[in-house]
Ligand binder design. Structure first.
Ligand SMILES: [Zn+2]
Ligand SMILES: [Zn+2]
Length: 346
């Protein structure tokens, strides 16, 4: 899996998560996408929008544009209202030369209490919103927010509603465990590599290692024995994406309840600690608050982005500050961390 912060840490929010084993990718927010090639844009099959402030949504037009010739359904996730906002973008253009079933969007609005409303928009009926399907989704703690599992079988996207003066979706991507193959192990068994290894890996990912596997010479071997001899489990990564939220007790509780156990946090640090009051007023985070969130989620890595224009000439100081706070807070015990968090609410 790859992480590309498309416009660097000072540009519009847009992060591409690439899944090499699928050859496709997922886009977190659609700020300016001018630097992505058509080929890169066409790999994006799911777009997760945090909220529709212009710096997070202006690039969606480019997603619309590149998908016109391809008759594919694009999955979009966002907060309540996003279906109508996408519809409004689509209606701004003239579509008289389309063929039947050419443009299709499935839009999941994350609401609350483990629910999502799913709208299907099609060029066939001029993107009429129609009646959404209500999806009840399993939620870690539905009293605090929503969790929406979707996508391909080995990646789950979870979303939670947070406060930025307007509802904002925070996202988490959880990859399934994967299984690497020991070629030594295959040789020790005196076997010839072939498609059977891929089949064994698929069974392992699905948690269904039982029965037999057919080898290239037609011989049947016990799947469990083969897996034990040649496969090693690699824990799936969990990446959390948080942007444009105020550091409040409510947001912290929701984020921790839904996204604990993350490996990597991609997080805005619009302001430095020095400008903490300004951050609170604009309902954004500081580098210290981003570091507190990362450590509260158990992350090993913090990647910052969406730095305010007021630091346009010096991004490095924001990076350094976030790293120093992250390193300091990572070394604290729970009581000391709690004291640091409480100090941010005063
Ligand atoms: Zn923003
Ligand atoms: Zn915003």
């Amino acid at each position: 899996m790859t992480i590309d912060i498309v416009n660097g840490i000072g540009g519009d929010p847009a992060v591409v998560i690439g899944f090499q084993n699928h050859g496709n990718s997922l886009l977190l927010d659609a700020g300016s996408l001018e630097s992505l090639s058509v080929k890169e844009l066409l790999k994006i099959r799911t777009v997760c929008i945090s909220h529709a402030h212009v710096d997070h949504f202006i690039g969606f037009d480019r997603i619309i544009r590149v998908n016109v010739p391809h008759f594919r359904t694009l999955e979009v996730v966002g907060p309540a209202g996003i279906a109508n906002q996408i519809r409004s973008k689509l209606l701004a253009y003239t579509w008289n030369l389309l063929e039947a079933n050419q443009l299709n969007y499935r839009i999941h609005e994350v609401i609350s209490d483990g629910q999502a409303m799913t709208y299907s928009l099609s060029s066939d009926n001029l993107f009429t919103l129609g009646t959404p399907a209500l999806t009840i989704t399993p939620s870690v703690n539905s009293a605090l927010g929503s969790v929406l599992p979707l996508l391909q079988s080995d990646v789950v996207v979870s979303a939670v509603i947070l406060d930025h003066g307007t509802p904002v979706c925070g996202y988490s991507l959880t990859m399934s465990d994967s299984f690497t193959v020991s070629i030594d192990g295959v040789e020790k068994l005196g076997l010839t590599p072939g498609p059977w290894i891929g089949e064994l890996q698929k069974l392992a990912v699905a948690g269904q290692i039982h029965g037999s596997v057919r080898l290239p010479n037609g011989e049947m071997r016990d799947a469990k024995d083969l897996a034990k001899a040649i496969l090693t489990r690699c824990r799936g990564q969990k990446i959390t994406y948080l942007t444009d939220i105020v550091f409040s007790q409510g947001n912290l509780a929701r984020v921790v309840a839904q996204f604990s156990g993350s490996d990597t946090l991609i997080c805005e640090t619009n302001f430095r600690h020095l400008h903490r009051d300004r951050a609170a007023k604009k309902k954004h985070l500081t580098s210290k608050q981003a570091a507190l969130l990362a450590v509260s989620l158990g992350c090993k890595t913090l990647k910052i982005f969406h730095i305010s224009n007021i630091y346009a000439n010096d991004h490095q100081s924001s990076i350094d500050e976030a790293e120093e706070f992250f390193s300091l807070f990572s070394s604290l015990g729970p009581a000391e961390l709690h004291t640091e968090i409480e100090s941010e609410f005063r």
